[in-house]
Design a protein around this ligand. Structure first.
Ligand code: COA
Length: 340
């Protein structure tokens, strides 16, 4: 599915970006102390040096609240018309996490809902929020990607424990026109439900019910077939990015920064190679935060802006891939906005 607005068309424009990382840093060395792994393996196979994990008692909604408050501050606004929250790790299976976060943020009775698209969640949530704006249902929407993967990782599984981190990022979108900096110029979204088992929490939903019928306690933890996921991730993000670039008329060489989902530095480099974007243009912050799933894109974006890698006027391509399988891409010219 794709959406590409015309130049004077009403679109969603990015007005501010906020992020939050829980303070506890977990190093590769700490994980090597209890799992059969090593700093060397993790660094060379993934690029990750450390990740942040929330302390016991801190939930996804708490991280989402902090990032959401910072995004509102960055945009200089107090009120929005809707809150859309992307997460794989909601506070509860029911209800959604977004309404409680919206209430804590002082947003009263605005519509608030969760989006479940795993690591592609932020792009999906941004597309949903943009659609509310384009349809005239909202003038301003707060989009949040927030995760506490530390709560779903199997502590004995070295293949997932070393990869994922906790964190949150949020943006404020406002109605504007496609010609403005910060305008979301288009979306390319897709899914392939032929591979639900490559990334999953098998039990706890209606398929394997939580009342003791799941045969294996590990079925309640997050699991991933890393090798297969790697290949799908590169190909799907590559195809999606190329399709979007063609539709919005950006030659590949005009892309200043590629903000890809931060899963593995080798995935980001393979993606850059496939697209024909120089590797140096691929933003990398996974070395410090790991794979934060739905929070990955806004955290990488904020890191790049704060580090001077993304400047106002830069052409920024964002692309993400995750369980489902699901993927999505969007693009904008970076606006002169605050990052908090
Ligand atoms: N420490 C040490 N060894 C490990 C390890 C760890 N943390 N994790 C896996 N291994 C071992 C495997 O058991 C395997 O051993 P074997 O050859 O004896 O069977 C070996 O390392 C190679 O495993 P493999 O899975 O083939 O490694 P890989 O090069 O594909 O790297 C990932 C594994 C997970 C890092 C990589 O596949 C990946 O990044 N996939 C995508 C991850 C992702 O974040 N996806 C999220 C959505 S996009």
């Amino acid at each position: 599915m794709s959406i590409t607005p015309q130049s004077e068309q009403r679109v969603a424009v990015l007005k501010g970006l906020g992020t939050y990382l829980p303070p506890r840093v977990v190093s590769n060395e700490e994980l090597s102390g209890r799992l059969e792994t090593s700093d060397e393996w993790i660094r060379t196979r993934t690029g990750i040096r450390q990740r942040h994990w929330a302390d016991q008692g801190t939930a996804t909604g708490d991280l989402a609240f902090e990032a959401g408050a910072r995004a509102l501050k960055a945009a200089g606004v107090e009120k929005v018309d809707a809150v859309v929250l992307a997460t794989t790790t909601p506070d509860h299976p029911c209800p959604a996490t977004a309404p409680a976060v919206a209430a804590r943020l002082g947003q009263g009775t605005v519509p608030a809902f969760d989006v479940s698209a795993v690591c592609a969640g932020f792009v999906y949530a941004t597309a949903a929020a943009s659609s509310l704006i384009v349809a005239g249902l909202a003038e301003r929407v707060l989009v949040i990607g927030a995760e506490t993967y530390s709560t779903i990782l199997n502590p004995e599984d070295r293949t997932t424990s070393v990869i994922f981190g906790d964190g949150a990022g949020a943006i404020v979108l406002e109605a504007g026109t496609a010609g403005e900096p910060g305008a979301l110029l288009g979306f390319d979204l897709g899914s392939d439900g032929e591979y639900p088992d490559l990334i999953s929490i098998p039990a706890g939903g209606s398929r394997q019910r939580s009342e003791g019928t799941a045969p294996d306690p590990s079925a309640y933890y997050f699991s991933m077939q890393g090798k297969q996921v790697f290949a799908h991730a590169v190909n799907r993000m590559g195809e999606s990015s190329a399709a979007l670039l063609e539709r919005i008329g950006w030659p590949t060489e005009s892309v200043d920064r590629l903000v890809g989902h931060q899963a593995n530095v080798r995935i980001l480099h393979s993606l850059a190679d496939l697209l024909g974007v120089e590797r140096e243009r691929a933003v990398v912050n996974l070395d410090r935060v790991g794979n934060t799933s739905a929070a990955s894109i806004p955290l990488a974006l904020a890191d790049a802006v704060n580090g001077g890698a993304v400047k106002p006027g830069d052409r920024v391509l964002m692309t993400a891939f995750g369980g489902g399988l699901a993927w999505g891409s969007t693009a904008l010219v970076w606006p002169d906005v605050d990052v908090v």
